[in-house]
Design a protein around this ligand. Structure first.
Ligand SMILES: [Zn+2]
Length: 479
């Protein structure tokens, strides 16, 4: 993350220095790599092809050959109004201004700032200079019997600007500054889009889990520059994918003895929606970071980051950290990801929760003196309902695995493929599993512990196979 200094607003965004490729990008892009474009041009080129087809065919080419996706909206809209609608039209002037000499068309992009990386594009409009002579054809320009300039390759070029590309220094690019005999996208153009929008593919995305995560920020990680394809922020960043099924309030803590930690939460399009903005000059400031945020159901990224220059001389820009997460929600957690021992598809749907107030709220972090009720529900797959089967509960504590037996006690798992059965019965559509009730850790002599619970079910006809949820139900007990 960049240091948030007032002067930042006065610094121009430099172009990306390209040593390997000729294309130019600044990192300015559409969140999510897609947008709508309104196109409804009337009239026909001298070659007999409708003007509209120049743009719809150009869009089809960008869509089929790059990761960027336009959706054509067949409507006529004014490209000169700032209305968050992307539009194209012919005009004699550039929205009241002059077209420059020899200018065939202009793309006007509007941007909004982002916390990480370059600003994002929120509107893109194309104005085609109606004072020029156009046509539609493939192949070389200036051939006898083919008057005018091919509008389709101009559309390809302007839509490249709409995607976020600048001019390429390569002569073998549609994004070269001047029109040429090239009439299809070139490798340089395609690589530019792949680079601009490939951040999530370039950087490892880790699975989020409750409880404790120990990791580090160092040169093996992506930088913000690599993630966002922009320049100016070479801080390391780890990404954790967080799928929220139940509206919950999360408290994330990133603790480090040396790393100048910064926590951020981004939406599925990698736009930051919350970050640790505690005063960095606070007298009790450490190298830690914490963030509390309420998230509605959806997909998010938790980003473990650091300042590109440490704010505090006692902290550094690389080093190990520990993530811990507390949540609070009004209902059970639903675990979207499931799996099975055979490696086949997961079956069933699992929800579980731990409460210290009889179900008013659910969390994963409790005091050792709290009285805990731990419950789960399993929606049995339709194919397995009505069959004799069983439900299991595993408790993972460090390297130890305990399993709940039919008497309601957790016993050591012998690691022999024979599972203790918490419940044996003919499986219905929705099974309830009581994991613990009125459990007071302190009364068992436990003052602090981290336990990950996993609930699963199986069939008597195939007792070695288990269906279970991939992310455990975490319980963290502190004194
Ligand atoms: Zn251009």
């Amino acid at each position: 993350m960049k240091r948030l200094l007032p002067l930042l607003l006065l610094i121009a965004h430099p172009m990306l220095a390209t040593s390997l490729h000729a294309f130019e990008i600044t990192g300015r892009k559409w969140p999510g790599g897609k947008t709508d474009f309104s196109i409804n041009l009337s009239g026909t080129a001298p070659s007999g092809i409708g003007w509209n087809s120049a743009f719809t065919s150009a869009i089809a080419e960008w869509n089929s050959r790059t990761p960027f996706q336009f959706t054509v909206i067949p409507e006529s809209q004014n490209p000169c109004t700032n209305d968050r609608i992307n539009a194209v039209d012919f005009a004699a002037d550039l929205c009241g201004g002059e077209f420059g000499k020899n200018v065939l068309a202009v793309t006007l992009n509007s941007y909004s700032t982002e916390i990480l990386g370059a600003p994002s594009i929120y509107e893109s409009d194309i104005v085609v200079n109606s004072g020029e002579n156009f046509n539609i054809f493939d192949g070389n320009l200036g051939r006898p019997g083919l008057p005018g300039l091919d509008l389709q390759r101009i559309a390809l070029h302007e839509l490249g600007h709409a995607i976020g590309l600048d001019h390429s220094a390569s002569v073998n690019a549609i994004m070269r500054p001047t029109i040429s005999n090239l009439f299809h996208l070139q490798a340089d153009d395609i690589l530019a889009v792949e680079t601009l929008y490939g951040g999530l593919a370039r950087c490892a995305v880790r699975e989020f889990r409750f409880g404790l995560i120990n990791d580090a920020l160092d040169e093996s990680d992506c930088t913000v520059e690599q993630l966002t394809a922009s320049v100016g922020d070479d801080s390391y960043i780890d990404l954790y994918r967080l799928d929220v099924a139940t509206r919950s309030t999360f408290n994330f803590a990133m603790n480090s003895s040396g790393l100048d930690s910064v926590l951020l939460v981004a939406n599925a399009n990698l736009q930051v929606i919350g970050y640790d903005d505690k005063p960095r000059s606070a007298p009790d400031r450490s190298c830690n970071s914490s963030l509390t945020i309420t998230l509605s159901p959806g997909s998010y990224y938790l980003l473990a980051n650091t300042f590109d220059e440490p704010l505090d001389a006692t902290c550094t820009t690389a080093g190990s950290y520990q993530l811990s997460t507390t949540f609070s929600s009004a209902s059970f957690l639903t675990f979207a990801a499931t799996e099975s021992f055979s490696g086949g598809p997961g079956f069933g749907q699992f929800s579980a929760g731990i409460t210290a107030n009889n179900g008013l709220s659910y969390s994963n972090r409790f005091r050792s003196t709290d009285s805990l009720d731990i419950n789960a529900t399993v929606a049995i797959d339709a194919a397995h309902q009505g069959q004799p089967g069983f439900l299991v509960v595993a408790a993972l504590i460090g390297n130890e695995i305990l399993m709940l037996n039919a008497e309601g006690e957790f016993v050591a798992y012998a690691n022999n493929g024979v599972f203790e059965r918490a419940i044996s019965k003919t499986l219905g559509s929705l099974e309830q599993v009581l994991i613990a009730s009125d459990l007071v850790p302190a009364s068992l002599g436990i003052t602090s512990i981290v336990v990950d619970f996993v609930v699963g079910y199986g069939l008597d006809s195939n007792p070695g196979e288990l269906y279970f949820h991939s992310t455990p139900l975490n319980l963290t007990v502190t004194p």
